[in-house]
Design a binder for this molecule. Structure first.
Ligand code: GLN
Length: 575
């Protein structure tokens, strides 16, 4: 056994479970002696009154502040639906599906966690009810509960608690923030709320706290902010045995001291635990708003953790400064078929914000429905744009619109960026109009095409199940010297995240390269084409992977940064 501070302290504490006065004494003593944190602390974030209050952003903002004070923080999300993961969900249902390094298909909130913290997440950071039940049912089949009736309490709640603890177990994090999806009072959230109640009882108040995010609506007719919905929602939590420690109140108007007092009194919390979360112009303002409200200090005090230094947010503030004071402006067309719901392209939108700030440029994204694009209207719809991004997607709907857009963009030297299906469409377009293979297509859309320039990957041919079976997660890619891709990344070896079944058909590679479309990024292990680009174009790049998933505030993605740079030049040319 390796003896380090963490394992020694873990041993000491395991003899004091559940936590009691003696363990708290030891912990306080060690903290006073400046020992590193011994036991991971857990913060749960619940939501009340209404959905879409922004639990993900509040969790990410709190995590950012704690990280900026020197704590090692991660965030996980529990989603109360029965799907094993959101991978099989239509984007209209649940927005974008976010893919992690380890290839998990997850909730889009994980994207916010990574963008704020600049730390990768993994499968363990997103758990659904489906996965919890799947684990319990497999254990039942293995005979782990022989002789017992398997029930929601304790078996499902135990499995939820096991997953709640998982990220905190190896000493990698000082604080684990767990966001519970759904709204308190939903039938499907009940086992999670019960698990939090038990978890807190087992851990004790200094190791575990509950933040409840609630709404304080403004009634225009009365000219007043109303606290009643918050009171009711806290009452409901109390019925389930949970007294929230901190209330974060979403509001359109500032909360007066009097109103804070009222909420504190009726919800049994300290007045400094009533935190105002006023509507912000950008989600990236929220960490600073929470800092002003001292959410981080209140959390640390309640968890009996040292406040350490004031949060170091210099880089964050610099980013905000650039974001809010642009010196130029570009309009980018985002051609896709889910444009009615911008959440379907969440990471792409955020990557534009990061790349815009880096270039001190305001990026206006104009959504263009691919289904309504055709050869006769592309000029009217696209000629005013400084750049066009053709989006990822699945299936036939809107595909011809995307291809028509690419012909116009290619022929008129408008900066082009194709992601996944967008890249595949660029390959099809080039085959049809430059290589003169009029019937060229992806076998996803036309299995009978005589020129299958995009085809099913070898490893996909036997796959029948739909869930979690695509080429998922991080894969290496080697960039060819002298290409645009190489100059953008400034290195030869990169790793990017994937989510697709189809690939560039290498039988056609030579013909493409001879005609001017080159494969500038190749997977070194299986030679799959990962990036294509046009030689004779100001910026025409297609990526088989999803660069948007790796763009963060601290590290804007170079492909997006350079695409915006090209768009700025295009804007100058047009004016
Ligand atoms: N439908 C394409 C494939 O499976 C592209 C997927 C995507 O855009 N994510 O290969």
């Amino acid at each position: 056994m390796i003896l380090n501070t963490h394992s020694i302290c873990k041993y000491i504490f395991s003899t004091f479970e559940p936590r009691n006065k003696s363990s708290l004494f030891v912990e306080e003593l060690l903290l006073t002696l400046n020992f590193p944190i011994i036991m991971t602390k857990y913060i749960f974030v619940t939501g009340g009154v209404s959905s879409s209050l922004g639990k993900g952003i509040i969790s990410a903002s709190l995590a950012k502040l704690l990280q900026a004070r020197g704590y090692r923080v991660t965030i996980q999300k529990f989603d109360p639906y029965i799907n094993i993961d959101p991978g099989t969900l239509n984007p209209y249902e649940h927005g974008e599906c976010y893919v992690t390094e380890d290839g998990a298909e997850t909730d889009l909130d994980l994207g916010h966690y990574e963008r704020f913290l600049n730390v990768p997440t993994s499968q363990a950071n997103n758990i659904t009810t489906g996965r919890i039940y799947q684990n319990v049912i497999s254990k039942e089949r293995e005979g782990c509960y022989l002789g017992k009736t398997v029930q929601v309490v304790p078996h499902i709640t135990d499995e939820i608690k096991r997953n709640m603890r998982l990220l905190g177990e190896n000493g990698a994090y000082d604080i684990v923030i767990t966001e519970l999806g759904g709204t308190v009072g939903d039938i499907e959230s009940l086992p999670y709320i019960e698990a939090v109640r038990q978890f807190r009882w087992e851990k004790g108040a200094h190791d575990c706290l509950v933040i409840h995010l609630t709404l304080v609506p403004y009634l225009a007719a009365a000219g007043e902010l109303k606290t009643k919905p918050t009171q009711h929602s806290v009452k409901m939590l109390l019925e389930y045995g949970i007294q929230p420690d901190i209330l974060v109140c979403r509001t359109e108007h500032h909360l007066s001291q009097e109103l804070r007092k009222k909420i504190a009194l009726f919800c049994n919390v300290n007045i400094n635990a009533v935190i105002e979360s006023i509507d912000a112009s950008t989600i990236y303002d929220v960490p600073l708003l929470m800092l002003k409200e001292q959410l981080d200090k209140t959390v640390l005090t309640k968890l009996k953790l040292p406040h350490k230094n004031e949060p170091d947010l210099e880089h964050w503030k610099d980013f905000l400064g650039r974001l809010k004071n642009p010196t130029s402006e570009v309009t980018i067309g985002l051609v896709g078929k889910y444009v009615e719901l911008p959440d379907a392209y969440k990471s792409i939108n955020e990557a534009f914000i990061h790349a815009g700030a880096k270039n001190e440029c305001k990026v206006i994204v104009e959504y263009i429905h691919s289904e309504f694009l055709n050869e006769t209207n592309v000029k009217e719809k696209l000629s005013h744009l400084d750049g066009v991004l053709v989006a990822p997607g699945f299936g036939e709907r809107g595909i011809e619109g995307k291809i028509a857009a690419i012909t116009y963009i290619r022929e008129n030297q408008i900066p082009f960026f194709g992601i996944c299906l967008g890249m595949q469409c660029a390959v099809i377009e080039f085959a049809r109009n430059v290589l003169n293979l009029k019937d060229a297509h992806s076998t996803e859309m036309n299995s009978q095409t005589s020129a299958p320039v995009i085809g099913l990957m070898e490893e996909q041919k036997q796959v029948i199940n739909k869930g979690g079976t695509m080429r998922l997660g991080s894969y290496p890619c080697e960039l060819k010297k002298g290409t645009k891709a190489f100059s953008i990344y400034s290195k030869a070896k990169i790793n990017e995240r994937h989510r697709h079944r189809y690939e560039f058909n290498n039988d056609y590679l030579q013909a493409y390269e001879q005609a001017g479309m080159i494969a500038s990024g190749i997977n070194p292990d299986n030679h799959l084409v990962e990036i294509v680009e046009l030689k004779n174009h100001s910026f025409f790049v297609g990526a088989q992977f999803h660069p948007e998933l790796k763009s963060t505030v601290a590290n804007p993605h170079p492909l997006f940064v350079r695409f915006i740079e090209a768009a700025i030049l295009q804007a100058k040319k047009r004016n």
